[in-house]
Design a binder for this molecule. Structure first.
Ligand SMILES: Nc1ncnc2c1ncn2[C@@H]1O[C@H](COP(=O)(O)OP(=O)(O)O)[C@@H](O)[C@H]1O
Ligand SMILES: [Mg+2]
Length: 479
């Protein structure tokens, strides 16, 4: 579906969900061959009218222009005239021109804005994740009229940075919500002084003037040119007024891979910020409207296969049957982080004969053996995991290591860990909360009391620390 139509659906989502009766509309859409009977049944399986409406819109957002038009026609036929009017101005053309105009979702003018703002390109091998993408864009639309924060959080390699960059590849979103442009700042685990230097270069970049309209440009050239002679204490004070004027021009700032709330507090002056982080609670330290998008689920089997096929064949073609059988057999699905799959894909392209070797490693869950220097900041998975661990307090790091006694696919309540650690239940719950917030542990909220579990990647990583932890040796004889 072209971006304009998709954005219109996202904008009108709340109103549509409030009013429509999905079953009436779906009759028309099934007879237009837009929806399958299975999809209709899945939507009708939702318990309430509103949930059915939400489910229908989710299905619709994954479809093409014809689906938008069929939905529009169904609204007209079912006398939802007001709602049809909301969609009317963004009806896509069905001519080849209409289909082509936003074929890759990015118009040339948006492409120019994004490259000026330093937003990274798509990875060469890229698969879409529509549900997640829609979620991030939906939150970004909230920043149209109000400054605020959208936090995209999840574990290392779950695809947060790729998703943040993809979310802003949207003509309507940028024109409507961020006319002042989009600016990308890679934060990472840098020192405060480094961060200030990076903020300065951001200021310079802005000063070069992305906007041809001088009235949109912050008036700061003198201020910036004297930046470098000031000490660390004074620098933030100088940058601050600059950022204030930046916030008034409705730009979006993307802070990628933030570890420390210090980085956020510098921007806590009514800016519009999208941040990616492993630490869910980071934005608690700033004021203003906040939204969150978890990147929890890995890739499903089809997407994982698509990535492998793109690497191996150069096109999203089906892999040979032998290879297709591999993924389900490996029970890879829970571990299908985009990073893992991309690393395997890159390795297979280089060493096509090693399918069975890598598959054996995967079967043994030896993820850390799957090394490959890639465009990813952390060269190997264990380094990425290690980076997460290093920011824990030393005592908490030791406790975290003890979690290697947990078995794959087994979820445990806090009480079990309170026995393991010999700590009060409440204290244990607080510690586990911190691990969850830092994307080092998962929590199943469907069970009461909550149950906790590790991702296969985390468990594999932890097992390599096993012999270092005396507590664990007492509790397990696993190798
Ligand atoms: N949608 C995607 N399609 C293909 N590969 C992806 C996708 N998202 C992530 N990847 C792969 O996973 C790697 C890690 O993604 P990234 O967004 O940097 O993770 P995070 O920011 O969560 O640590 C990327 O370098 C890329 O190879
Ligand atoms: Mg990242």
């Amino acid at each position: 579906m072209e971006e304009r139509a998709r954005s219109c659906l996202l904008r009108s989502k709340d109103t549509l969900e409030q009013d429509i009766k999905a079953s009436y509309l779906m009759d028309h859409m099934v007879s237009d061959d837009i929806l399958t009977n299975d999809e209709e049944a899945r939507v009708l399986g939702k318990p309430t009218r509103r949930e059915q409406a939400t489910a229908l819109l989710e299905v619709l957002l994954r479809k093409d222009n014809r689906a938008y038009i069929s939905f529009y026609n169904a609204l007209v036929r079912e006398s939802y005239g007001d709602l049809a009017n909301l969609l009317h101005s963004d009806l896509p053309l069905l001519s080849p021109e209409g289909e082509r105009s936003f074929a890759d979702g990015v118009s040339p003018s948006v492409q120019a804005i994004l490259s000026e703002g330093g937003v990274p390109q798509r990875p060469v091998v890229f698969v879409s994740r529509p549900t997640l993408l829609n979620l991030v864009r939906e939150k970004l639309y909230w920043l149209k009229n109000t400054p605020g924060w959208v936090t995209v959080f999840g574990m290392a390699g779950s695809g947060k940075s790729v998703m943040a960059a993809e979310a802003v590849r949207d003509h309507a979103l940028i024109k409507e919500c961020f006319p002042g442009g989009v600016h990308w700042l890679s934060v990472g685990q840098c020192e405060r002084t480094d961060l200030l230097v990076r903020m300065q270069s951001l200021c310079f970049r802005l000063e070069q003037g992305q906007s041809s309209d001088a009235s949109l440009r912050p008036p700061c050239s003198d201020m910036i040119s004297v930046h470098f002679i000031y000490t660390e204490h004074v620098r933030p004070l100088i940058i601050r007024p600059f950022l204030l004027s930046f916030s008034s021009i409705r730009s979006l700032l993307i802070l990628d891979d933030v570890w420390d709330s210090f980085a956020l507090r510098s921007f806590d002056i009514q800016c519009r910020v999208l941040l990616t982080t492993r630490n869910r609670s980071l934005a608690d330290s700033v004021s203003g409207t906040r939204f969150e998008v978890p990147v929890e689920s890995g890739l499903d089997e089809e997407k994982a296969l698509e990535i492998l096929a793109l690497y191996v064949n150069g096109k999203p073609q089906k892999l040979p049957q032998l290879h297709r059988m591999v993924i389900p057999r490996l029970d890879l699905v829970p571990a299908c982080s985009p990073l893992v799959v991309s690393l395997i894909g890159a390795l297979l392209r280089e060493f096509p004969d090693r399918w069975s070797y890598y598959l054996r490693q995967l079967q043994k869950k030896q993820f850390k053996r799957i090394r490959k220097s890639s465009s990813y900041d952390y060269e190997a998975l264990d380094q990425a995991m290690d980076a997460s661990l290093q920011v824990l307090e030393p005592e908490h790091r030791d406790l975290y290591r003890d979690l290697s006694v947990m078995q794959k696919d087994i979820k445990v309540p806090a009480k079990v860990l309170s026995v393991l650690w010999g700590l009060e239940l409440e204290e244990v719950e607080d510690i586990l909360q911190e691990f969850v917030n830092k994307s080092l542990l998962f929590r199943d909220c469907n069970q009461r009391p909550y149950h906790y579990y590790l991702h296969d990647l985390q468990l594999d990583f932890l097992c390599s620390w096993l012999c270092l932890s005396p507590c664990v040796q007492r509790f397990t004889d696993r190798p």
